[in-house]
Design a protein around this ligand. Sequence first.
Ligand SMILES: [Zn+2]
Ligand SMILES: [Zn+2]
Length: 441
Amino acid sequence: MYQAKRRTGLVFFPAFDWAINPTHPEREERLLYTQDQVFEEGIFDIEGIEEFKPDLVTVKDVQRVHFCVPDVWGVTTESHFISAGGAKTIGMAVMDKRVERGFALVRPPGHHAMRVVHGARGFCNINIEAIMIEYLRKAYGIRKVAIVDTDCHHGDGTQDIYWHDPDTLFISLHQDGRTLYPGSGFTNEIGGPTASGYTLNYPLPPNTSDEGFLYAIEQVVLPVLKEFEPELIVNSAGQDNHFSDPITNMNFTAQGYARLTELLQADIAVLEGGYSIEGALPYLNVGIILAMAGLDYSKVTEPNYNPMALRQKPEIMTWIQRIGDQVLTNWKNRNQLSEMARGDKRFEERSRTLFYDTDSLVEDQKETLRICPDCPGAWKIETECQKTQRALAIHVPVHACSDCRNLAMDWFEQGARQDFDAVFLQDRPQDRFVVKRRGAA
Ligand SMILES: [Zn+2]
Ligand SMILES: [Zn+2]
């Protein structure tokens, strides 16, 4: 019997009852075709490949990551709890050593969901990888985690969540933001002053092929991962770089995705985007599963696969190499960049406006970070979404020093009920989430 070289766990959750609308590209068929292909190819007959049923995440799991306004139930459905739950199940299966690798094939996706959530951005309401990671940190005591986001769109939500966290290395490879949603993810986005260099962005030019992607992984991502020495590698596995994807402009193939998976050796992969529902996703996902399990994927080919037609122009490769050098420079200079960003400031403030394209909402934020010499620093965000909900969100990092924790407690005490609809405290050292609401006693 065919046997996996590495025990591999899978979770499928197509979310039959959830879609933005019936013809939206992010719909249940994305996973139904993959599921058919997995059965047809006999993947579950391979010894060492095991299917798990998704657990549900809890409200507490979501609150470890997000500030949902007005509350968790107001911005999620049951499907979001199961999708994040599928990721959590795979995370636990890997940590408990029931499998060596795992792939959560779930939807709705999550990597555009930021720290504060008023609604959906880029089809995402809650960040399923971050919810899984923070659960695993709590339950298994792990600290250093690397997330490599290979979705075609910039993982701006995951970047936002880990912007001030030097224990989480976030690397996003994506189609250049000048040519694709969400329009961010440039090489100068490197994380906040207490975590500079732990966010790395690698924007790739449109029409990048296997050659360019694999160059980026081998020459840039792998050396950085080796130096960071994470306890866990998570791949935000978006399949929308495929040449047939209807909403992007890249030339990646099933063979390329499988090779990327083999090189990256992520412990956990979580499905993000991918909208070529019939022509690509079933083949890409099967290729990825085989590569994770250490099996031969050389026969996996999608319809219309023609490597000659997808050959990359030499100037694209030159471009990719130049960007790669910048990314490596950011990584190597992270300590100096952090010092420069800190200067002699005690606090850093930033104001920004965020657009929730899926729900057509506009949010204004004002963030204040304590620049701390001893920890990543406590921070607070005043957030307002089109005058309907005004909230104060206060965060104490997991490894906060006592000064930062005391400051955060003061902010929480002083955040008056009459000024905000809600005042939230995300107290990670105590693993608790406290809310004061307007009008409540
Ligand atoms: Zn995407
Ligand atoms: Zn501190």
